[in-house]
Design a protein around this ligand. Structure first.
Ligand code: MLT
Length: 284
């Protein structure tokens, strides 16, 4: 039970599950950076409890700690790679006894992790949802920015409040800021209350990413990509192009959403997820 023991770490998992109504269509939601599983909380009420919803706080983020060694100064340079996260998730699924074909739903960094998971554990998948993410590795400039951010968070010269100040204006659509100011507050709190060392490790891990375009091209399961029309991190045209790389890919745009449609438009997001997941099981 919560927390689940995963590679020596107590993994906190937000879940919705009614074993008596289980329709055998589990969905694993993977959050972005520097967020936690509460990113998905607004979506859950719009999905029936016959679906098994699994949304972990990734290692070092939210309520899931880093391994003890990484919290020590000697391990201050440690990065958590996208593959490390993916391996954690595979162990977590075993710990939760999830054996049915799985839909992954990854947002931004969660998408980077989902692609690594798909490369390593393809047999576990029924389908893949990628929201506001990309396959390209970082440019030299972005790598340098991430390394500076990680070093600043570790030394304390940069706080997660600074990161929130930097990111928040880019994260949400103007409509969300004006009509749902509470969402902006929730996102700010989610970032500011995160673990700076965990965020540093994830930032350093993102900088080590390799290109995953081939992973998407080689996927044998259907792929659904999502893009917010106002996403300043990944423009919707890129998500459309990503869907076209897949053998079976579909793109859906969320009008007037930014980078975080699960928080900005949770009902629309939930409906789009359900439409896709159900299509996976009707095809055969
Ligand atoms: C995220 O939302 O996960 C981040 O913006 C991803 C990134 O920094 O590449």
């Amino acid at each position: 039970m919560n927390p689940y023991q995963v590679n020596g770490i107590g993994y906190f998992v937000r879940q919705q599950y009614n074993p008596e109504r289980d329709c055998g269509r589990p969905i694993l939601f993977i959050h972005g950076y520097p967020f936690d599983s509460s990113l998905w909380e607004p979506v859950f009420p719009f999905i029936p409890d016959s679906y098994r919803l699994i949304a972990p706080d990734l290692r070092g983020l939210g309520k899931t700690p880093l391994p003890e060694s990484a919290a020590e100064e000697s391990a201050a340079e440690e990065a958590v790679t996208m593959e490390n996260f993916a391996d954690d998730l595979a162990v977590l699924l075993d710990a939760m006894d999830v054996k049915e074909p799985l839909t992954l739903c990854g947002l931004s960094m969660g998408g980077y992790i989902a692609m690594r998971f798909a490369a390593k554990y393809p047999d576990r998948l029924a389908g893949m949802i990628l929201s506001g993410t990309k396959t390209a590795a970082d440019t030299a400039q972005i790598i340098s920015n991430r390394q500076k951010q990680a070093a600043g968070l570790r030394s304390g010269t940069l706080t997660l409040k600074d990161v929130a100040d930097l990111m928040l204006p880019q994260l949400l659509s103007p409509k969300t800021f004006s009509e749902k100011p509470k969402v902006a507050e929730t996102v700010r709190t989610m970032i500011e209350t995160n673990n700076p060392l965990g965020a540093a490790a994830a930032a350093a891990g993102m900088a080590l990413r390799k290109d995953t375009a081939d992973v998407v091209r080689n996927l044998t399961v259907p792929v659904q990509t999502f893009g917010g029309s106002d996403d300043k991190y990944v423009p919707p045209a890129e998500m459309n192009a990503l869907a076209k790389k897949a053998k079976s890919g579909l793109f859906t745009e969320f009008l007037l959403s930014g980078h975080l449609p699960p928080m900005e438009q949770p009902e629309t997001f939930a409906n789009a997820v359900l439409l896709f997941v159900d299509s996976l099981f009707q095809a055969g």
